[in-house]
Design a protein around this ligand. Structure first.
Ligand code: G3H
Ligand code: 13P
Ligand code: ZN
Length: 352
């Protein structure tokens, strides 16, 4: 199947009441692991590359690997998404290369570190939406800054998404999908004990979804950081400190309340690292990269297949035929409000 616009995939997920995992990649083995997991579970999938991944791989490699994946897995709908675009130019270059979806993370300034204000976020996001929708490409924006209440920066509360601001942001930008900050953070160290509603605010998702029922919500920092994966890394020489991720049942509660895209990178990293450490520790005589990259790829496939089943996307690969970017462009153009349904009107042209 050709690469599909992420908007179509998330619309289908909303119809079916399930979530779609968005998995980060940097190389061929990771793409292969995801595609095998998608085939095994018959899942549509979002494959995403960060700015770091684009730089590490030279994104032309990633793009052509994705074209190979599309050819080799014709039954799997897949979207190629830019994760955490930091400005208009980064998003533009991804779109020009062939990404079918981009995230503009205007919650931070272009340095990717300093929190911005709403005015800046709206301006940069709208500029990306105008450019992307004209080309049929999906846009994810972010409101509130990720980090969580345990990351040691500030009080934490001010990082979380303000539901009213989320409404204003979606109305003014017309984004297709909205990343919300509910207390998760990137990486392995999210929580120092099993998270409760005090630190992981699933109730905030419920509120935002009530106000923005037509907007696809996105959960970043959604690795579950399972103890079994931590244990493999540590058993074979790793030094991970005890840590807790986002429990699957909380993600599933999010999915019941409008979360359609779930970002996972750390769980893949842990699976890959544990498998490689095991080969190095148990068979130190081996030096052919295939001897450790193959088990690493298999370990990543296993955790991703599990997530695909848990998020509910399993079994949905054959539900729809891919829309072209050209068809998607027409869809955005004909939305009565010009928003294609991504804004507050839900595609009806009437403000709620
Ligand atoms: O957003 C974070 C993802 O895990 C990507 O991480 O920027 O190190 O590639 P990265
Ligand atoms: P994790 O670090 O929890 O896997 O989150 C990844 C992510 O949000 C990528 O954008
Ligand atoms: Zn993220």
């Amino acid at each position: 199947m050709p690469l599909v616009p992420m908007r179509q995939m998330l619309d289908e997920a909303a119809k079916g009441g399930y979530g779609v995992g968005a998995f980060n990649v940097n190389n061929m083995e990771q793409i292969q692991a995801i595609m095998e997991a998608a085939r095994e579970t018959k899942s549509p999938v979002v494959i995403q590359a960060s700015r770091g991944a684009r730089k590490y791989s030279n994104d032309k490699f990633l793009y052509h690997l994705m074209l190979a994946a599309a050819e080799l897995y014709p039954e799997i709908p897949m979207a190629l998404h830019l994760d955490h675009g930091n400005g208009f130019d980064t998003c533009k270059s991804a779109i020009e290369l062939g990404f079918t979806s981009v995230m503009i993370d205007g919650s931070l300034l272009e340095d990717g570190k300093t929190p911005s204000d709403l005015k800046y976020n709206v301006e940069v996001t709208k500029k990306v939406v105008d450019f992307a929708h004209e080309r049929g490409v999906t846009v994810e924006g972010e409101i509130g800054t990720l980090g969580g209440v345990e990351d040691g920066h500030g009080s934490g509360v001010s990082h979380l998404t303000d539901p009213q601001q989320a409404v204003e942001f979606v109305q003014k930008t017309g984004v297709d999908a909205l990343a919300v900050a509910i207390g998760t953070s990137h990486g392995a160290y999210k929580f120092t004990s099993a998270p409760t509603e005090e630190v992981l605010k699933i109730s905030l998702i419920r509120k935002i979804h009530e106000l923005l029922p037509a907007t696809h919500l996105v959960m970043h920092g959604s690795s579950s950081v399972p103890k079994e994966l931590q244990d493999v890394v540590n058993k074979f020489g790793g030094k991970l400190k005890p840590t807790w991720g986002v429990p699957i049942k909380e993600i599933q509660e999010g999915i019941r309340n409008g979360v359609r895209k779930i970002n996972v990178d750390t769980d893949s990293r842990l699976a890959v690292t544990g498998a490689i450490r095991k080969v190095f520790a148990e068979t130190p005589d081996k030096f052919d990269p295939r001897d450790y990259l193959k088990p690493a790829r298999e370990a990543m496939q296993k955790v991703i297949a599990e997530r695909m089943t848990q998020f509910g996307q399993a079994g949905h690969a054959a539900d729809y035929k891919a829309m072209s970017l050209e068809e998607m462009r027409g869809y955005y153009k004909k939305g009565p409000s010009g928003c294609g349904g991504g804004c507050c009107c839900g595609g009806k042209g009437k403000k709620k």
